[in-house]
Write a protein that binds this ligand. Structure first.
Ligand code: FMN
Length: 166
């Protein structure tokens, strides 16, 4: 199963989670690649005004993982702009995760995930899993390991369904 991990990361946290996901997925036999969403102006706070420098093409992938930092209780405007500008991909499976700093999920992470799910659904994606990694949590490494296991489990079941339907 070809998995695209499409990530925006301003200071590297969300990207480092993507790297862990890629390694775990590869160890389970998937072909996973990371592609970064980048903007010309990383400080732009209005998703409508963001000029994207890099807009990964998701058409080669069977399934997608979208990762973003939480910025002001939402996914980063760069990820929001990217998802909003994507062509619709009806029924493609996707999973979403965010990294956040504040200690409680209701201080941004949950809201950001809900917003990512909302945009993904509008684009026709079937969102099959989500995750929030809290960067200030002492159990952060465990949270990242759990997320990697959770997502690889989801994709493993999809591969088995695909094989079974042949
Ligand atoms: C402009 C801005 C707004 C942020 N807003 C939130 C927030 O609402 N809730 C939260 O928990 N963290 C917030 N953070 C912290 C980031 O989500 C967190 O540090 C994240 O892991 C950064 O990911 P990155 O290194 O991939 O950019 C904010 C950071 C920035 C720069």
């Amino acid at each position: 199963m070809k998995i695209g991990i499409i990530v925006h990361s301003k200071t590297g946290n969300t990207y480092s989670v993507a790297e862990k996901l890629m390694k775990t997925l590869a160890a389970k036999g998937h072909i996973a690649s990371i592609e970064q969403v980048e903007a010309y102006d990383n400080g732009q706070m209005d998703a409508i005004k963001v000029q994207l420098k890099s807009k990964p093409d998701i058409s080669p992938y069977d399934v997608l993982i979208f990762g973003a930092p939480v910025h002001g209780f939402s996914p980063s405007v760069v990820m929001e702009a990217y998802l909003t500008q994507l062509m619709a991909f009806p029924d493609k499976k996707a999973a979403c995760y965010v990294t956040e700093f504040f200690p409680l999920p209701q201080m941004g992470g949950n809201q950001a995930i809900e917003r990512m799910k909302e945009i993904c659904s509008l684009k026709g994606f079937d969102v099959i899993g989500t995750g929030v990694v809290n960067w200030s949590n002492i159990h952060r490494k465990g949270m990242i390991d759990n997320l990697a296991e959770k997502f690889s489990g989801l994709f493993m079941s999809l591969s088995e369904c695909k094989e079974g339907s042949k």
